[in-house]
Design a protein around this ligand. Structure first.
Ligand SMILES: Cc1cc2nc3c(=O)[nH]c(=O)nc-3n(C[C@H](O)[C@H](O)[C@H](O)COP(=O)(O)O)c2cc1C
Length: 210
């Protein structure tokens, strides 16, 4: 029998909430990786002379001071040993104009082809790491691996962000980073999406109305 939903608020339901009440049944599925949306980042590794790129959806920020992130990589990926040996990689944020490269670098291996050349990607040297940046991406995180955690199917490379590289054209007149202008994309359950309109700002729910 379906469990009954519990409501703590005593406020009457709005008309927008009423249909949700009817849809209270929750299916129980086996464990899976259905968190969404995620950024399908382009990770570069190797060197300017011998670069490679692969697409990674299992990535995210895990600490602010020091700034840290992670990528989870299957050991069978060509990039795995490159990242392990060098202890470095670069996260290049994906955009709509990079979408084809994002998909291609996630379905072809650097073992078989030069993906950087195939996708007509231009490289820039890193400031703090030997791994190159992809020029066409608006923002990069230069990362050094601090810990490797074998988790099962994937190994998690926990890494410190040594430098953030930003396309200066994304700074507005006040010097603010206008990342909303970059055309970033999201990955949701096997599909790529563009981002929609701005819905609010950090903290808006508690800000006093003027
Ligand atoms: C959208 C997308 C997300 C992906 N996310 C991951 C991931 O998080 N971890 C991983 O190991 N592989 C992931 N892959 C698969 C690798 O990118 C793919 O196997 C790639 O060919 C590996 O390249 P390499 O052999 O040159 O290292 C993803 C692929 C796509 C298309």
């Amino acid at each position: 029998m379906a469990a009954k939903p519990v409501r703590k608020s005593t406020a009457p339901r709005t008309s927008a909430e009423k249909p949700a009440e009817a849809a209270s049944e929750r299916l129980v599925w086996k464990p899976g990786t259905l968190e969404a949306p995620l950024p399908p980042v382009l990770v570069t590794c190797g060197t300017m002379e011998h670069p490679n790129a692969l697409t990674i959806a299992w990535s995210g920020i895990v600490n602010s001071d020091p700034a840290m992130t992670y990528i989870s990589v299957r050991p069978e990926r060509y990039s795995f040993d490159i990242i392990r040996k060098s202890g470095e990689f670069v996260i290049n944020l994906p955009t709509q104009s990079l979408l084809r490269a994002v998909d291609y670098c996630g379905v072809r291996s650097g073992r078989d082809t030069d993906k950087i050349a195939d996708c007509h990607l231009d490289l820039l040297p890193g400031a703090k790491v030997s791994a190159p940046l992809i020029l066409q991406s608006p923002l990069q995180l230069e990362c050094r691996v601090r810990r490797e955690l074998p988790l099962g199917s994937h190994h998690m490379f926990l890494a410190e962000i040594l430098a953030v590289r930003v396309d200066s054209r994304l700074l507005d007149d006040t010097g603010r980073l206008a990342l909303e202008r970059a055309g970033l994309i999201a990955y949701v359950h096997g599909q790529y999406f563009s981002l929609g309109k701005v819905l609010g700002k950090f903290g808006y729910s508690v800000r006093k109305k003027r």
